[in-house]
Design a protein around this ligand. Structure first.
Ligand code: ZN
Length: 82
């Protein structure tokens, strides 16, 4: 099955800073793009809004690359995430 993929190449910028990327929107995997879930209540059926996509049926990711100096403090931080 074909699949769309987003690839971010991490390379240091000219100056150390944060790089922020947004992906293209994709179908919400929790509600399968329906935006909610059919429910049965006392007054009839209704759609319960999907908490992940807020009823839109799509989600996107914000990816932040936070460049840090390779100092003692930076190395200590690296050990906690690597
Ligand atoms: Zn959803």
């Amino acid at each position: 099955m074909s699949k769309r993929q987003t690839i971010i190449t991490v390379e240091p910028p000219q100056r150390i800073r944060k790089d922020v990327f947004g992906t293209a929107p994709v179908v919400c995997s929790y509600c399968n793009g329906q935006g909610g879930f059919p429910r049965q209540g006392a007054s009839g059926s209704y759609m319960e809004r999907c908490p992940d996509c807020d009823g839109t049926g799509e989600v996107f990711a914000v990816v932040t690359v936070d460049w840090q100096p390779y100092s003692d403090e930076g190395k200590a931080q690296l050990e906690t995430v690597y």
